[in-house]
Design a protein around this ligand. Sequence first.
Ligand SMILES: N[C@@H](CCC(=O)N[C@@H](CS)C(=O)NCC(=O)O)C(=O)O
Length: 88
Amino acid sequence: MTRAADLSLYHFDACPFCVRVRRALDRLGVEVELCDVQDEPRHMAALVAARGKRTVPVLRIAGADGRDQWMPESSDIVKYLERRFGAA
Ligand SMILES: N[C@@H](CCC(=O)N[C@@H](CS)C(=O)NCC(=O)O)C(=O)O
């Protein structure tokens, strides 16, 4: 299992698009911080503050310069994970 300390997935359990991303993480053997926006109001607040929307999944990619990238869209997130962690 690879622990990706710079990644956080904003999600909730029953969201089918989130399931798709969590399955990709499992398949690729990648562990990220999971921020459940239904269980934890602070995660929803951070998401809305960053994006102005409540839609999940969103992958937060922490930048080395302290600036975070917030990536929405399950298909884009899966592609990013496959590019970064998939077999070459
Ligand atoms: N096209 C998006 C769809 C995401 C989506 O519809 N998420 C739903 C949950 S399954 C959601 O967050 N709805 C609440 C909202 O948009 O405010 C994706 O593939 O990630």
